[in-house]
Design a protein. Structure first.
Ligand SMILES: [Zn+2]
Length: 95
């Protein structure tokens, strides 16, 4: 009694109780949940932490939030900026 685990889930790596997360990727030595956002689902303007430019409504992009920080710390990135995040330098980047 009480066994409610379902072992038929085909997901290779269960992400736990995080609705919407598609995968886990690394940023600055931390693990982040990542989810793609289609243009149709984007209704607001966000600021991309990768390039410090706007992510405009209707633009396909992705949202990432730290595994240990939670959804409240989610950020919206241009897809290309997220892929290039490892080349980002916290300091020393010249304009
Ligand atoms: Zn960007």
């Amino acid at each position: 009694m009480g066994r409610r685990f379902r072992r038929s889930d085909p997901a290779p790596r269960p992400l736990g109780p995080v609705p919407g997360a598609e995968r886990v990727e690394e940023l600055d030595g931390e693990e982040w949940y990542v989810r793609s956002v289609t243009g149709a689902g984007a209704a607001k303007t966000y600021r991309c932490p990768g390039c410090d430019h706007q992510v405009v409504p209707g633009a396909p992009h992705l949202v990432a939030w730290p595994v240990h920080g939670g959804l409240a710390e989610r950020r919206h990135w241009h897809s290309a900026c997220w892929r290039a995040r490892s080349r980002r330098r916290p300091s020393g980047r010249r304009p």
